[in-house]
Design a protein around this ligand. Structure first.
Ligand code: CP
Length: 318
C-alpha cells in the first residue's frame, strides 16, 4: 500500500473503490452513534498555508471521532519554510505525530513533505490538485446514483475553470471509468500536459474524457453537473478577463440546468462565489447535493485516516 495520499493517479481503481467502501462503512457507523475509535491515541499534524473550512473541520473532527487528536499548524505559528526547511519540518513533526495533512500553495511543498516525512502525508489541496475532495465527490455521486446506473455509467459535466478540483476530477474519472467533460473557454481548459497524464488510465478503464466550449452540449446527457470558483486567491488581477470569458455563457443557472436531464444533480466543492459561477436558484435548488458533498468530506477523511494510519499503529498485543 502506498505510504502517502498525494494524488489520485497514484492509486488503482480497486484501491479507490475500497476507500469509498470504507467511507460508507464509517458513515453508517457514525450515523448509528458508533464510530469506532480506530485511531485511539493517534495524532494528526494539519499544515494549512491557506484558509479552509471543510478540509480543516473534516480532518479535525474525523480524528476526534476516531479517538485521536489533531493539531492546526499555520505558517507564522510554526517555522515551515521560513526559519526551518520543509525537510526538517517533515522529519521533526513525523517523530511526534502519526500522519500529516497539508494544504500548501505549491504542490512541490506536499511532494517535499512526503519525501522527508516518515509518517503518511495527505494532500489537503495544492495549486495542482485536491485528491481528498474528489474521493468524497465520487462517493457522493454513488449515493445519488441515477436509477439503474453503476459508477462506470456516470456522466460528469464540469462547467468552469481548470481548477485543482477540476484536474483531480478528471484523474479520478479516468481511473474509475466515468465519462468526464469540461466545458470552458479554450484558454481555461485543462492543459495538454495534464490531459496526457490520464491517457493510460483511460485506456485501461474505458473512461471518455472530452473538452468543449459549449456548456449546453456538455450537460445534455450529464448525471452530475459540477462547477468551482472562476478565480482564486492570487488571481485578483485576472478577474476582469476571466469574468468576461466565463460570464454569462458558463454560469450554472436555471437556464443551463434546464438543458440537462431532469434527474441531473448539481455539485460544487465550495466555497462558492454565489451569483458568479452558479446562481442561488441552482445552489439551493432541489437538484443540488452540495451539502451532502460537504458533509461527506468528514466521512471520507475518516476513511482516508483509517486507511493510512491504522495499519501503522502499534497495539498492545503486538
Ligand atoms: N472544498 C474545500 O476544500 O473547502 P475548504 O477550502 O473550505 O477546505
Amino acid at each position: 500500500m502506498l505510504h502517502h495520499f498525494v494524488q489520485i493517479l497514484d492509486f488503482s481503481k480497486e484501491e479507490l473503490l475500497r476507500m469509498m467502501e470504507l467511507t460508507a462503512l464509517l458513515k453508517r457507523a457514525d450515523k448509528d452513534g458508533a464510530c469506532p475509535k480506530l485511531l485511539s491515541g493517534a495524532s494528526l499534524g494539519m499544515i494549512f498555508e491557506e484558509p479552509s473550512t471543510r478540509t480543516r473541520v473534516s480532518f479535525e473532527v474525523a480524528m476526534t471521532k476516531l479517538g485521536g487528536h489533531a493539531l492546526y499548524l499555520r505558517p507564522g505559528e510554526i517555522h515551515l519554510g521560513a526559519r526551518e526547511s520543509i525537510a526538517d519540518t517533515a522529519r521533526v513533526v513525523s517523530r511526534m505525530v502519526d500522519a500529516i495533512e497539508a494544504r500548501t500553495l505549491k504542490h512541490q511543498t506536499v511532494l517535499d513533505l512526503a519525501k522527508y516525512a516518515t509518517v503518511p502525508v495527505l494532500n489537503g489541496l495544492t495549486d495542482f490538485n485536491h485528491p481528498t475532495q474528489v474521493v468524497c465527490d465520487v462517493f457522493t455521486m454513488t449515493e445519488h446514483a441515477p436509477k439503474g446506473k453503476k459508477l462506470e455509467d456516470f456522466n460528469l459535466a464540469f462547467v468552469g475553470d481548470a481548477t485543482n478540483v477540476c484536474i483531480s476530477l478528471m484523474f479520478i474519472c479516468a481511473r474509475l471509468g466515468i465519462s468526464f467533460t469540461q466545458a470552458a473557454p479554450a484558454k481555461y481548459q485543462i492543459s495538454e500536459a495534464h490531459r496526457a497524464m490520464v491517457r493510460d488510465a483511460c485506456a485501461e478503464s474505458g473512461a471518455k474524457i472530452s473538452f468543449t466550449e459549449d456548456p449546453a452540449a456538455a450537460v445534455a446527457e450529464a448525471d452530475f453537473i459540477y462547477t468551482d470558483l472562476w478565480w482564486w486567491v492570487g488571481q485578483e488581477s485576472e478577474i476582469p478577463e476571466r469574468s468576461a470569458a466565463f460570464m454569462p455563457k458558463f454560469q450554472v443557472n436555471g437556464a443551463l440546468m434546464a438543458k440537462a436531464p431532469a434527474t441531473a444533480r448539481f455539485m460544487h466543492c465550495l466555497p462558492a462565489s454565489r451569483g458568479v459561477e452558479a446562481t442561488d436558484e441552482v445552489m439551493d435548488g432541489t437538484q443540488s447535493i452540495i451539502l451532502d458533498q460537504s458533509e461527506n468530506r468528514l466521512h471520507t477523511e475518516k476513511a482516508l485516516l483509517v486507511w493510512f494510519v491504522y495499519p501503522r499503529l502499534k497495539r498492545p498485543s503486538e
